[in-house]
Design a protein around this ligand. Structure first.
Ligand code: CUA
Length: 425
């Protein structure tokens, strides 16, 4: 019998090796995450809530269907490659007889393809309905928040929690860290004040765009208390890649305590402002290298960011009241209040994140730096080194019209500002 040459002889061996490897992977029974070590804090492979789980399940349906196709097509290809390979010089010049095809095979392929698409379509439609809004049964429990994107940070507001400030009654607001109760569906209204951004908490819910002049929406639920990484997922300018945020899910009681504290105006550590500021110095600091690293978190932060967040809620025992009072004064004098709101400190600026309780956050600069005195001092000293194009530098420190520096800060002034901001628990 004459052999037909489907692929060059030289290619048949690598094809067999590849198929063998693929077979080993599937036969080993390892999960994807084990094979590819996908354990990062923004990995979607370990979900933390039902919305992300639904999306993961749908992804796996697609993986199984395509893996099935790969194995079937690959097996037929391998079989044909080996069985009909050219075995002699004469085979090299053989031309296969030309026919119109086999109707049974062709119809079978069409029906098979349609069936496979239907298998994918059913959970896809189900998933679209599920992620569209909180299920009816849970709607009464849901909490509403508004997430607004700015170049390059996120504002989170709680419309049901009203606080009184200089600008009247406004929703409780935080910056870059969204704190929610665990086990409760959260409905997020997605807004932007400038360009298109995208809201993404990999372990809790897939990304949804934040589009100018158009309201968008997603919902999520964290099954357990935890610390979740979020990321802007739509290119939005210079600092897009470092436009991050966090979702902190707390047990119901802890959430209530958190809300109570957040509703209060800023702490005011009263003392005579220091006449001469203590010389700037910050505790020794070891950078972490773990998967949880923000641009550079401390080793302690990396080991357990949720525990680090909890520690940030506590007032440290070694506060320097005179330095804090000096920092508070500087916050007004250096015009910080024109861009940042601190309730209880006449600040009503809305250009930058609200800072009433900034000392109780685990990160600053939109989730890019760990919130500790060392990093906060570096950030205030040169924000543009960490977040190119940011408005704190361009417009805050520098007059964008003239390019002139509007004010300067020496190290001791920065230390006082840091002490003040860290005191805002
Ligand atoms: Cu905001 Cu990318």
């Amino acid at each position: 019998m004459t052999r037909i040459r489907f692929v060059p002889r030289s290619l048949s061996r690598p094809a067999i090796v590849l198929l063998g490897l693929a077979f080993l992977v599937f036969a080993s029974g390892c999960s994807f995450t084990e094979i590819f070590a996908l354990h990062g804090p923004q990995s979607t492979y370990h979900t933390g809530g039902p919305v992300a789980q639904k999306q993961w399940d749908l992804f796996m349906v697609t993986v199984y269907v395509t893996a099935f196709i790969f194995v079937v097509v690959g097996s037929v290809l391998a079989y044909a490659t080996i069985k009909f390979r050219a075995k002699s010089e004469a085979d090299e010049h053989f031309e296969a007889p030309q026919g119109h095809g086999n109707p049974l095979v062709e119809i079978g392929l069409i029906v098979g393809s349609v069936l496979l698409l239907v298998i994918i379509a059913i959970p896809t439609l189900e998933g679209i309905w599920y992620t569209h809004d909180v299920p009816e049964a849970e709607k009464g429990l849901a909490m509403d928040v508004t997430a607004t994107a700015y170049q390059w940070w996120f504002k989170f507001e709680y419309p049901s929690l009203k606080v009184k400030g200089i600008a009247g009654e406004t929703p409780l607001a935080t910056g870059n860290e969204l704190v929610v109760p665990a086990g409760v569906p959260v409905r997020v209204q997605l807004r932007t004040v400038d360009v298109i951004h995208s809201f993404w908490i990999p372990k809790l819910a897939g990304k949804v765009d934040m589009i100018p002049n158009r309201g968008n929406f997603l919902w999520f639920k964290a099954d357990q208390p935890g610390y979740f990484y979020g990321q802007c997922a739509e290119y939005c300018g210079d600092s897009h890649a470092i436009m991050r945020f966090r979702v902190i899910a707390l047990a119901q009681d802890d959430f209530k305590k958190w809300v109570e504290n957040q509703m209060a105006p800023a702490r005011n550590v009263t003392a005579e402002a220091a006449a001469t500021l203590p010389h700037a110095q910050f505790a020794n600091y070891t950078e972490g290298t773990g998967p949880g690293s923000v641009l550079a978190g401390s080793a302690e932060f990396d080991a357990d960011p949720f525990a680090a967040w909890k520690r940030k809620q506590l007032v440290p025992s070694d506060e320097n009241a005179a330095q804090i009072a000096a920092g508070r004064k500087l916050f007004s004098e250096k015009t910080c209040i024109s861009c940042h709101t601190i309730r209880g400190h006449e600040g009503i600026g809305i250009t930058g994140p609200e800072l009433t309780h900034v000392g109780a956050r685990s990160t600053i600069a939109a989730g890019v730096l760990e919130n500790n005195p060392h990093r906060m001092s570096q950030w205030i000293h040169d924000p543009t080194a960490f977040k190119p194009g940011n408005k704190m530098f361009n417009g805050g420190y520098i007059d964008v019209q003239t390019g002139q520096r509007k004010f300067t800060l020496n190290d001791d002034e920065i230390a006082a500002l840091v002490a003040y901001l860290q005191s805002l628990k």
